[in-house]
Design a binder for this molecule. Structure first.
Ligand SMILES: NC(=O)c1ccc[n+]([C@@H]2O[C@H](COP(=O)([O-])OP(=O)(O)OC[C@H]3O[C@@H](n4cnc5c(N)ncnc54)[C@H](O)[C@@H]3O)[C@@H](O)[C@H]2O)c1
Length: 431
């Protein structure tokens, strides 16, 4: 098939590389010349494990192309919109990029007799957006151009994006058009995962509900960690036992320094706003958000109360491991708050450092290795559970720190081991 993908971020580029690797002819459209030139040379711009290799392989095979213009839409069977839908100040999803792109797609849809195009949003968009896209396409297309819209929400997780795209839990396709559904199913044939065929609104809602549920699981776990801290219980033991109930499960019950990233925070905010508009009430999700903020503040207060000095090292800046994405990362809140309190900070994150540099510049220092960050630091703060920290040399950490104090926002170490080694160890919801 020939497909066009608009946007080359975590969703757009991963989708493009996977479908071109299956043998499709994939055209990717961006709006920044410099980035398109980098992509043409095999630089994925973002960090996602395995992406650079997959991109370079498919560039070599001439199955993936990068352009600034929309010409490829004219000979594509499927067009995916994968542009960002960031939150506005109100929390609502900003759909301006989706609608801009839809106008450009419309003007380039083929009007040849036998050509039919599916236009599908992979971006996370509130219910009703694909209908609005359909109206835009109808308004701006050539008279005889034939098309249908479909919602095909994306569920990949940054850090395992390629694996998740190929081995999806589910492939959701929502449309009123059988032809559109059939074409999308045909494209997804090599993808593992259960097929869910539904209407447009349900497909759009499925994505928001999935992210709201994930955020709820994290906030629920954090709420239990607050209880555990007050009564000297161990949140991990509590959740291990609770999770053995098959109706509940343990997956994603992760107490920590709060959720971040480009999806959960913005999608919860957007669903809250939609709930208000529909007069359903959003108090449940407002609490989910509130507990997330409390998780960050609770951790910050532990540092402010217990740090023996104001020189600290931070390990991990990305909102989760295996990505360079720092959007809504708890590290931003923690760094900003510590700077306000007069702390000196040296950070280490193998992938996210450059993005943090764009935000904080010279205000903080950047280490070239985890241990390098510890020299002269009064305490170590862990914000992302990168693998390289999990089995770090604890004796070396102790030797390098001026005080053996660790604030672990991801519960990666065993408290009894650290205690035995003479550390003061503060983690989440554990005595
Ligand atoms: N990142 C994830 O893990 C993930 C997972 C599932 C769904 N989503 C959803 O997919 C969408 C994209 O997310 P992302 O993380 O890939 O975002 P991103 O910021 O990484 O990428 C967005 C892309 O859109 C491009 N873009 C923006 N405006 C444009 C325009 N007017 N014309 C052409 N290109 C334009 C940007 O240049 C960029 O390449 C969002 O709605 C997000 O909620 C993201």
């Amino acid at each position: 098939m020939t497909i066009t993908i608009i946007g080359h971020g975590y969703v757009g580029l991963v989708t493009a590389c996977v479908f071109s690797d299956f043998g499709n002819d994939v055209w990717v459209i961006g709006h920044t010349k410099e980035k398109i030139n980098k992509l043409k040379k095999g630089d994925p711009i973002i960090y996602e494990p395995g992406l650079a290799e997959l991109l370079q392989k498919n560039l070599k095979a001439k199955r993936i192309h990068f352009e600034l213009d929309y010409e490829s839409v004219n000979h594509s069977e499927i067009v995916f919109i994968t542009v960002g839908t960031p939150p506005k100040e109100t929390g609502e999803a900003d759909l301006s990029a989706v609608f801009d792109v839809a106008r450009n797609v419309a003007k380039n849809l083929s009007d040849s007799k036998n050509h039919f195009t599916v236009v599908s949003c992979k971006s996370t968009v509130p219910v009703g957006t694909n209908k609005k896209v359909e109206i835009i396409l109808k308004k701006h297309k050539l008279k005889n151009a034939k098309f249908s819209v479909a919602s095909c929400p994306e569920f990949l997780r940054e850090g395992t994006g390629i694996h998740d795209t190929i081995n999806a839990d589910r492939v959701v396709v929502g449309s009123d058009s059988k032809k559109a559904i059939d074409l999308l199913l045909e494209l997804h044939k090599p993808i593992n995962g259960k097929r869910v065929i539904t209407d447009l609104s349900s497909a759009e809602l499925i994505k928001y509900v999935s992210n709201a549920m994930l955020a709820t699981k994290i906030s629920f776990s954090n709420l239990i960690s607050f209880y555990a801290e007050k009564v000297d219980a161990d949140v991990e033991a509590v959740l291990d036992a609770v999770g053995l109930d098959k109706r509940i499960g343990r997956i994603f019950m992760s107490p920590g320094v709060g959720y971040g990233g480009s999806c959960l925070p913005k999608d919860v905010m957007a669903l809250i706003e939609v709930g208000k508009k529909l007069e359903i009430g959003s108090s449940f999700l407002i609490e989910v958000e509130k507990v997330n903020q409390m998780a960050k503040e609770n951790f910050l207060n532990k540092i402010l109360k217990n740090s023996p000095g104001k020189n600290v090292a931070i390990w991990g800046l990305a909102f989760k491991p295996n990505t360079d994405d720092i959007r809504f990362a708890p590290s931003i809140f923690i760094i900003n708050s510590l700077l306000k309190e007069g702390f000196t900070i040296e950070v280490y994150d193998q992938e996210a450092e450059n993005n943090i540099k764009k935000l904080f510049g010279e205000k903080i220092k950047y280490a070239t290795s985890p241990y390098h960050a510890l020299k002269n630091a009064d305490a170590l703060i862990i914000l992302t559970e990168w693998n390289e920290f999990r089995q770090a040399d604890l004796n070396k950490i102790k030797k390098l720190l001026t005080n053996p104090v660790v604030f672990d926002g991801r519960n990666i170490y065993d408290p009894s081991v650290l205690k035995k080694l003479g550390f003061r160890y503060f983690s989440i919801g554990r005595p």
